[in-house]
Design a protein around this ligand. Sequence first.
Ligand code: IMP
Ligand code: MG
Length: 183
Amino acid sequence: MPVVRGKMIETLFSPDVIATRNTEMAAEIVKGRNDDLLVISVLKGSFIFAADLIRAMHHAGLAPEVEFITLSSYGTGTVSRGVKIIKDIDSDPRDRDVLLIDDILESGRTLRFARDLMLERGAKSVSIAVLLDKKVKREVDFEADFVGFECPDYFVVGYGMDVAYAFRELPFVGVVTGDADKV
Ligand code: IMP
Ligand code: MG
């Protein structure tokens, strides 16, 4: 089992499995609404997935424009939880087919906020691609159009996803199982 920063990391989705699924997802995305497509990567967690998926989309024949938005959840209580824009896109989504790419769909708040924002700004359509779907954690009525994998209810790291900024560089998705010096 890989040890990184003194932690043992168990692999959940290997690089090969992810690459194969990205190719399949790109083939599904080609069949969707993608005239003059604007891809928006929801930072930070999606940066590696988005980088791989847009290249798979190129191989599938798509030529999107690519943008980035940084979103953050605020509030820890159940009442006041919301999403705020840390860094907005620069371009105008009006009359565009938009594809939002994110790492994990969990409560659904982040992506529902992003989809509603783009629709309010006049996007023609908004579809959603996520690498992982943690269905058991959903708190609002929201589903993605393209899902890489159903994710068990673990806190996962790697392939862009972090714990306190660490583990983003891992080429696989994994779970921290414990300290390496305690086995
Ligand atoms: P939600 O759907 O609004 O709850 O937000 C999901 C976001 O929380 C994802 O885009 C991730 O950035 C983050 N997140 C949720 N679960 C995990 C995890 O297991 N590992 C790392 N980040 C996570
Ligand atoms: Mg995220």
